[in-house]
Design a binder for this molecule. Structure first.
Ligand code: DHB
Ligand code: FE
Length: 289
């Protein structure tokens, strides 16, 4: 049986990818950001998953405004890094897990969540920056990502976007799907995006430390209540792009405690301002089953 062993949460700021790709990680501005992931890289090496179910959002890269799926599951064997205007990031091609992705698709759609099946797409910074932060920089000519990845894209770019409640319930359905897959696989679920940031308009640059940390406290301790947070609270308190945080609730909904099991262990928590014009948040929760 496949098992969800842990969940990882992290911001996916594109400038972090650029800092890695341009060799700037030791610069005084960036060093504290990457230091927040030292523990995580070690932890990931000691807790290697077979597959990561990676919840992220596409930033009008693979999906233009012509076609906007609310929830899209990547069922392909491979996903190439996207060209977001400066050429594709120099990172390995992402290897998918078509069999597990197809099984999850079947189970989750039959549980009444209408996923879009994606058999071909590129993946942007929303997916590749979390991989780089957690795995370190990999030379695409000689190295591969150390596990398979099922990309799961959520529309948080164009309104209407899904509610935190819907995301949390979807996470519960994903857990049920993974745990009914008939192969012994160690699966992690990652939620990405956030924390507070607003990229445009009069409030561009907005950061709200207090709100971010209170939201994190509640997301850890009482995710059901956290999932009731209305969209307007995210936008008002965490900025227009702070809405990306609903994706963290998909990962949280897939943890054992909200599906009849024991509470997870908080292995690591990190918060730093700024990275570009974004607050970086990061969390690792381990299941105790
Ligand atoms: C930026 C873009 C993002 O997608 C994000 O999540 C944070 C920051 C940016 O362009 O700075
Ligand atoms: Fe983003």
């Amino acid at each position: 049986m496949a098992k969800i062993t842990a969940s990882v949460y992290t911001s996916h700021v594109p400038a972090i990818g650029a800092a890695l790709d341009l060799g700037k990680t030791a610069e005084p501005y960036w060093q504290p950001v990457f230091a927040g992931y030292d523990f995580s890289k070690q932890w990931l090496q000691e807790n290697q998953p077979d597959v990561v179910f990676l919840v992220y959002n596409d930033h009008a890269t693979a999906f233009s405004l012509e076609l906007i799926p609310t929830f899209a599951i990547g069922c392909a064997a491979q996903f190439e890094p996207a060209d977001e205007g400066w050429g594709p990031r120099p990172v390995p091609v992402v290897q998918g897990h078509p069999e597990l992705a197809a099984h999850i698709t079947q189970s989750v759609i039959q549980d009444d969540f209408d996923l879009t099946i994606v058999n071909k797409m590129t993946v942007d910074h929303g997916l590749t920056v979390p991989l780089s932060l957690m795995c370190g920089q990999k030379n695409p000519a000689t190295e591969a990502w150390p596990f398979k990845v099922i990309p799961f894209a959520v529309n948080v770019v164009q309104y209407p976007v899904p509610s935190g409640r819907r995301c949390f319930q979807l996470g519960q359905a994903i857990r049920k799907a993974v745990e009914s897959f008939d192969e012994n696989l160690n699966v992690q679920i990652w939620g990405t995006g956030g924390m507070s940031h607003q990229l445009q308009g009069a409030r561009a640059g907005l950061i709200n430390r207090e709100w971010d940390n209170a939201w994190l406290d509640q997301m850890i301790a009482d995710p059901q209540a956290c999932s009731q947070t209305p969209h307007i609270d995210y936008v008002r308190e965490a900025g227009s792009e702070g809405i990306e945080l609903v994706m963290w609730l998909i990962a949280r909904g897939a943890m054992a405690d909200v599906n009849g099991g024991p509470a997870p262990t908080v292995k690591h928590r990190f918060y730093h301002v700024p990275a570009s014009n974004t607050a970086v948040g990061h969390l690792i929760l381990e299941n105790n089953v």
